[in-house]
Design a protein around this ligand. Sequence first.
Ligand code: GLN
Length: 494
Amino acid sequence: MQSSGSSKSDVHELGLRQLSGLLHAKKISCTELASEFLDRINTLNPRYNAFITVDGKASLMQAREADALFAAGRARMLTGIPLAQKDIFCTHGWLTTCGSKMLANFVSPYDAHVVENFKRLGMVSLGKTNMDEFAMGSSNETSFFGAVKNPWDEAYVPGGSSGGSACAVAARMCPAATGTDTGGSIRQPAALCGISGIKPTYGVISRYGMIAFASSLDQGGPMAKSADDLALLLNAMAGFDARDSTSIDRPSEDYTRELNRPLAGLTIGLPREYFSDGVNADVARAIDRAIAEYRKLGCETVDLSLPNTRLSIPVYYVLAPAEASSNLARFDGVRYGYRAPQYADLNDMYRKTRAQGFGAEVKRRILIGAYVLSHGYYDAYYIQAQKLRRLIAQDFADAFQKCDVIMGPTTPSTAFKLGEKSGDPVQMYLSDIYTIAANLAGLPGMSIPAGFGDGGRPVGLQIIGDYFSEAKMLNAAHQYQQATDWHMLPPPLS
Ligand code: GLN
């Protein structure tokens, strides 16, 4: 950065430490920084549809408050850093739609735990990002607010369900964003848009104020350009919260503490099932090159097997809809959001409200969920799926006896075309084949950019760690990002 003039035009490419450096050196104010990103959102969002709600006035008010913290000498590392929230996080005074007509007019009366944490640090919200309806999807095409486009090629999906956040970070409309991951919704869109994302161990980030899809699988996490940024954001997001009964009460940790440790001696497990016929050749090539890079960095690799992997999709598509059918019962036209304008009686009001307020994919999940939980089928489906979930977790426990982290592709292919899978739910479900098992086991998983496949679309390398090994995973990701620059390459927006 030579002058404040050049720094302002370049801010979109910078990492959080650099942005923080500019703010602390008074090269740019929080208000100017927020304006830079708001301008870019105004220019690019009409094309990509990454945001559902942008409220420049509200953002600039937060930025002025951050400037006041600087003036008072109370600024912290992340003070004044702008970021976007997936529209599944309740944000006081802003619309929180969850991508659904059902909540299209819902203004939250309170903040989610993570939003409170960001506010306490003086971070600035740039808006609410688009997503698959109630986080159900892998392409962002089930959003009531329309599909998001992939910034690497507008004819392709950004992935889902956190597709708006992934697109917004990739297109440099914000330096970072939040996502949620029930079966891959942070990692899969991160992979398809060429950014980094991490879903920590289940329970590390409070789900308070995060609209529930499948509560035993849902976990929030950060999405950004680099592992370094993710570590800083995780420091802000993680922590015990008594309002979430599954929040884990353990001493807080600094997720940046191992970033710079050399990787020599790290053992990487390569599950045979992740390198099988199911993965496209272009993705496999990029992943092989990434693994070769890790060997150069001094890592050992060990082949292993996760024999129950193939059961992940069927198990997930029993359990997630079961939990969703229960969680979504609250959207009844009485307590929240949409109510059908015309109805005959109370039952008719419920029926019409839910028929009109939910999209097709959400209805499909509710029906499947109600079915697998119903009398006579419960044992055959729900209980059976719970048993298999245990076996899937055991596979990982065995694997982590032999390695420190597991690596493989995040997705079997690069981004697919808009409309290509939207008529075929099973094909859509299969795009999460490598990500879902980590949610079923409650393990942390992340995706980092690892080159490009056919057509120049990004490939994501998945890293899965043992419980609470986020610092180790971030170390592995950061060292790779010191040796390569895939994560710094922006899409060539024509
Ligand atoms: N694509 C998966 C689904 O449709 C996962 C979604 C998610 O992680 N929220 O359920």
